[in-house]
Design a binder for this molecule. Structure first.
Ligand SMILES: CCCCCCCCC/C=C/C(=O)SCCNC(=O)CCNC(=O)[C@H](O)C(C)(C)COP(=O)(O)OP(=O)(O)OC[C@H]1O[C@@H](n2cnc3c(N)ncnc32)[C@H](O)[C@@H]1OP(=O)(O)O
Ligand SMILES: NC(=O)C1=CN([C@@H]2O[C@H](COP(=O)(O)OP(=O)(O)OC[C@H]3O[C@@H](n4cnc5c(N)ncnc54)[C@H](OP(=O)(O)O)[C@@H]3O)[C@@H](O)[C@H]2O)C=CC1
Length: 284
């Protein structure tokens, strides 16, 4: 996808993307590197990290991949040490790593709840705190962008640990925007609608029929493309958005709003049919 950002929009930045080996994290890492940033990605599996680093380097960018489980506080500390040893001070963080599955809430085990909440909520806090500590100590500015979801606001059936932890990420974003704003540290979040990644689709989309129904929920009648999210994230990490702090940007083709309006269901019928129905109901 082409965009009209200056080619050096993110030059001089060292950007950490958690979970940057796959899906949306990978798309963001590729774009940030293309815009001049040095990128460090993490995740638990070495292969996706190596592949993404290889692709960034092949395109002329600078990237490092470091294995790390963001649920583990000590591992996160060691990750940031290693990232800075390799590519200098980290200046931007994207909290993207996440876990999710569809499950009836009454059936979720303590371990299942932990797997999701510790990755999403604890992992985002550990990484954000590690960056904040460094930036405050150095009197350096910094930006944190967290990937939330639209159901952090509304809640959603069958993904309760994810909804709880993403709501916590939004609360962290808003709280620290106030606490650290005066120190030159900004925090924002993006709430994406559906973006077909292997990680999300394998776990959240049971079959083609449901996929089609999910697509029809989106007013623009399509899913998002990871490159579109990468464009928005580049803007949010750059100085172009310097006055934006504590914001949650919904990026979903209008899906969340459309789900809320009680008569929006009519938009799934042919417009001509809707008009005919409404015409019948007009008083003589
Ligand atoms: C168009 C529409 C889309 C539209 C999309 C709309 C918006 C979606 C918004 C958000 C999207 C995303 O976050 S998408 C991100 C998706 N990506 C990921 O989830 C990547 C990371 N995920 C993972 O690593 C795994 O899937 C996960 C299970 C979470 C963790 O794996 P681990 O190896 O760490 O742990 P495991 O040992 O396998 O499992 C830990 C416990 O969880 C339980 N567990 C595992 N899977 C389970 C399941 N399906 N149901 C119940 N319980 C489960 C196990 O039984 C264990 O409990 P015990 O048996 O008690 O031990
Ligand atoms: N796709 C979508 O429709 C939507 C996605 N989102 C959000 O976008 C983000 C990216 O999701 P998406 O790209 O779709 O899915 P992916 O499954 O591709 O991305 C999740 C990434 O997080 C990494 N990860 C998971 N657990 C850990 C851990 N404990 N430590 C370190 N890394 C971890 C995974 O790597 P590994 O398994 O190797 O550790 C993987 O690279 C997530 O925050 C998700 O909640 C939000 C709304 C919609």
């Amino acid at each position: 996808m082409s965009d009209s950002f200056a080619p050096d929009l993110l030059a001089d930045q060292h950007i950490v993307v958690t979970g940057g080996g796959t899906g949306l994290g990978r798309a963001m890492a590729l774009r940030f590197a293309d815009l001049g940033a040095a990128v460090t990605i993490n995740g638990r599996r070495p292969d996706p990290l190596a592949e993404t680093v290889r692709d960034i380097e092949a395109a002329g960018g600078a990237a490092e991949g470091i294995q790390c489980n963001v649920r583990d506080y000590e591992a996160v500390q060691a990750f940031f040490e290693e990232a800075e040893d390799r590519q200098g001070p980290v200046t931007r963080l994207v909290n993207n790593a996440a876990a999710n599955f569809l499950a009836p809430t009454e059936d979720i085990s303590p371990n299942g709840f932990d797997a999701i909440v510790q990755t999403n909520l604890y992992g985002s806090f550990y990484c954000t705190q590690a960056c904040g500590q460094r930036w405050l100590e150095r009197d350096a500015e910094g930006v944190v962008l967290s990937i939330a979801t639209t159901y952090a606001e509304t809640g959603s059936a069958y993904v309760v640990p994810s909804a709880m932890s993403k709501a916590g990420i939004v609360a962290m974003t808003r709280s620290l925007a106030a606490e650290w704003g005066s120190e030159g540290i900004r925090l924002n979040a993006v709430a994406p609608g559906p973006f077909p990644t292997e990680g999300a689709w394998d776990r959240l989309v049971p079959d083609d029929d449901l996929e089609q129904k999910m697509r029809e929920r989106v007013p623009v009648r399509r899913f998002g493309e990871p490159e579109e999210l990468a464009t928005l994230a580049s803007f949010l990490l750059s100085d172009l958005s310097a006055f934006m702090n504590g914001e949650v940007v919904t990026f979903d083709g209008g899906e969340a709003l459309a789900a809320g309006g009680q008569f929006n269901t009519f938009t799934r019928m042919p417009r001509r049919q809707v008009k005919a129905l409404m015409e019948q109901m007009r008083p003589e």
